[in-house]
Design a protein around this ligand. Structure first.
Ligand SMILES: *Cc1c(COP(=O)(O)O)cnc(C)c1O
Length: 421
């Protein structure tokens, strides 16, 4: 069946035809592609058309599709059974490996998704502090748990409201929303809600409403406010962890969060998330401490072995290569834009992440409020032009795209060829 037929069928069987909203190509005026296989930097749809994949499952596949060592680890794991619901050595190995390479964490707990990691981190912060309110930032995404599906209210300044039906007003009242890049707004929250704020949660490299790089002084000031008001600092490194460097933004900036959440890359493409931090905080989690958390399939051997095989390939050299290679891809893209009437497109690239957006001033966009209002229209024009050429970007204007270790020079020349086809 082709993608149109599959989508029509899926629409009958599944709400909106998809299992995660962004896959529906909403606003793209075209049917989502249905892919049947992938290898390296390429992905193939059910009509046998192959694309260079810049979505890479929205981030987990930093090594590319079907990395041989990860594949081997999975094949071996399958022979040993894929879940025991009991203690096993593989998660010990993965935990030891990760902790040995990241200074600011002593302990880690594996879960099954980024959302689950954030859900646990929020509960843990409340459990440690005995307080209830959480500060989050407009433009940061932390998964689909109730307490994070909150946006700035349209009423009085400082009020918050649910961004999804089904999230209660009570929950919204427990979340305070601040704009990014504005430390006064954060301090104001602390002053107004003294002794009520359990934690600040932030993507230290916000990468879910495009890429909104934050200044290091700003992140340091947030750390200092958490210290001053005895609140927990949660770095949500579900995208940035193992992506910009092994230890993510915490390692890059030298700023230590109290709790960090991981996801995406950590499972090598299997569903894994994690909460990590110093022992004094992590041991609040059950059964060591009073904050409950559990999972039937958590740390299942298949995912743990895929995760370890992925982590072991993320050497400092791999990151250097990836950063350089990403620059090359962006250069090729920019020069094609210049030659083809897309001068207004700008690509913000940070390490192996990039975001295409219109930006006439070429100034760094740091706040969700400053994302250009014509973003969608312009992005969709480009996406629809590139798709038939065999180039698959993340299918949404606000989603960023990714370069992997499989995007080598051969793929680079193919990219240039496809752009000019
Ligand atoms: C993707 C993402 C999440 C949610 O992870 P899921 O595995 O999709 O639940 C949370 N936080 C950040 C920063 C993310 O990028």
């Amino acid at each position: 069946m082709n993608s149109e037929q599959l989508f029509e069928k899926s629409l009958q069987l599944v709400p909106g035809g998809v299992h995660s909203p962004v896959r529906s190509f909403k606003g793209l005026h075209t049917t989502p592609r249905f892919f049947k296989k992938a290898n390296g930097a390429y992905i193939t749809d059910t009509e046998d058309k192959t694309y260079i994949d810049f979505c890479m499952s929205f981030g987990p596949l930093i090594l590319g599709h079907r990395n041989p060592l990860v594949e081997e680890a999975i094949e071996k794991a399958i022979k040993d059974g894929w879940t025991y619901g009991a203690c096993e050595p593989y998660s010990v190995e993965l935990a030891e490996y990760i902790i040995s390479r990241i200074d600011h964490i002593d302990q880690i707990r594996f879960v099954n998704s980024g959302t689950e990691a954030v859900m646990t981190a929020v509960r843990l912060a409340r459990g440690i502090t005995g307080r209830s309110k959480i500060i989050k930032f407009n433009g940061c995404y932390h998964g689909h748990l109730d307490s994070m599906l909150i946006k700035a209210g349209s009423g009085l300044a400082g009020t918050a409201e649910a961004s999804s039906k089904g999230v209660t007003k009570y929950t919204a009242d427990q979340t305070l929303i601040c704009p990014l890049n504005d430390i006064e707004a954060v301090e104001k929250c602390f002053i107004e809600h003294k002794d009520e704020i359990a934690a600040i949660i932030i993507e230290p490299l916000p990468a879910n409403s495009g890429i909104l790089p934050q200044k290091i002084e700003y992140l340091k000031a947030i750390r200092a406010l958490c210290d001053k008001y005895c609140a927990i600092l949660i770095f949500d490194e579900v995208i940035s962890g193992f992506r910009i460097s092994f230890g993510g933004m915490a390692q890059e900036t030298g700023i230590n969060p109290d709790i960090v959440t991981y996801g995406k890359i950590i499972g090598g493409g299997m569903p894994v998330g994690a909460i990590a931090g110093p022992k004094k905080f992590m041991e609040f989690l059950a059964p060591a401490g009073p904050v409950y958390q559990a999972g039937t399939l958590s740390a299942n051997p298949l995912a743990m072995r895929a995760g370890l095989a992925t982590m072991q390939q993320l050497t400092p050299q791999a990151y250097t290569w990836l950063d350089n290679q990403s620059k090359k891809f962006i250069e090729v893209f920019k020069s094609w834009c210049r030659g083809n009437g897309y001068e207004k497109y700008h690509a913000t690239q940070t390490h192996s992440l990039f975001w295409i957006h219109p930006n006439e001033s070429e100034e760094v966009i740091r706040r969700a409020e400053d994302v250009p209002s014509d973003l969608m229209t312009m992005f969709y024009g480009l996406f629809e032009k590139l798709l038939p050429k065999g180039i698959y970007l993340s299918p949404n204007a606000y989603e960023i795209s990714f370069i992997s270790l499989a995007h080598d020079d051969k793929v680079l020349s193919d990219f240039e060829e496809k752009l000019n086809s």
